[in-house]
Design a protein. Structure first.
Length: 133
């Protein structure tokens, strides 16, 4: 979730930052792809061979609805602030059962953690990893 309303984060800025972040990763490619349900929206696709990371920038009421749910896992003094957030960067990873892409996963997590205006939520564990306030 993007906490700071004044943050200029968008897909183009993410692309630039991720190209730099992954610049030393061999066989790394970053392209724009069409959103599967809305052809007017683009996502970022980072690939390493067949393995991928998808990065989505989203804004609006659906994000705010999810923020209300995510806020339930926050410290009591942050619930109100988190529940009003209406922008996010959603990151999805391809399966990595053989753990051959742990380095790239950690690189992405470190990239996200470096963003001071992000709240990071792991939906699988239902846990806030970083409360960027």
């Amino acid at each position: 979730l993007v906490v700071d309303e004044k943050s200029e984060i968008d897909l183009k800025l993410l692309e630039k930052q991720l190209r730099f972040c992954f610049s030393k990763t061999q066989d790394f490619q970053l392209i724009y792809e069409d959103h599967p349900f809305n052809s007017h929206v683009k996502n970022l696709l980072l690939t390493l061979g067949e393995w991928w990371i998808r990065v989505h920038y989203e804004a609006g009421e659906l994000v705010k609805d999810d923020s209300i749910e995510i806020a339930k896992y926050a410290k009591p003094d942050l619930i109100e602030s988190i529940s009003s957030i209406d922008r996010r960067v959603r990151v999805r990873f391809a399966s990595d059962e053989d753990k051959s892409h742990t380095t790239q996963i950690m690189l992405m997590i470190e990239f996200l953690e470096s963003k001071k205006d992000f709240v990071i939520f792991d939906p699988q564990r239902k846990k806030l990893l970083v409360e960027g306030f």
